[in-house]
Ligand binder design. Structure first.
Ligand code: ZN
Ligand code: ZN
Length: 112
């Protein structure tokens, strides 16, 4: 029985454990204070990430709801606004509305 030579020992260090996950380092924290896993590539913990996804979905629903039909106060044409702050159907009508406002304020200034 011959003694086992050192060079014949299996390379324990190179044991096959599959591809190692990327290590993003420890000591990182989510904005909520939760310690992040060193394998978490994002800036959020899984709980905040899920909350973020829910918030995104809600925002999307809100964006769709905001696309309501408006009536242009200048030409009375119906139009769909992409967001809540649109009041006129076009730049043309917005300019007319502004011009009207200016005329109005000019008249007021003339007759105090
Ligand atoms: Zn968090
Ligand atoms: Zn219009």
């Amino acid at each position: 029985m011959s003694p086992v030579l050192h060079s014949e020992l299996p390379h324990l260090v190179e044991m096959d454990t599959g591809p190692a996950p990327h290590d993003y380092g420890t000591g990182r924290r989510c904005s909520c204070g939760t310690k992040l896993s060193r394998y978490n590539p994002g800036p959020l913990c899984w709980r905040c990430e899920r909350a973020q996804l829910t918030a995104d979905a809600k925002a999307q629903v809100r964006a769709v709801e905001a696309k309501r039909e408006h009536v242009c106060p200048v030409c009375a044409r119906k139009f769909t606004a992409s967001h809540g702050q649109v009041r006129y159907c076009s730049d043309h009508c917005r300019r007319i509305a502004r011009w009207k406002r200016e005329q109005e304020s000019r008249r007021k200034r003339r007759t105090p």
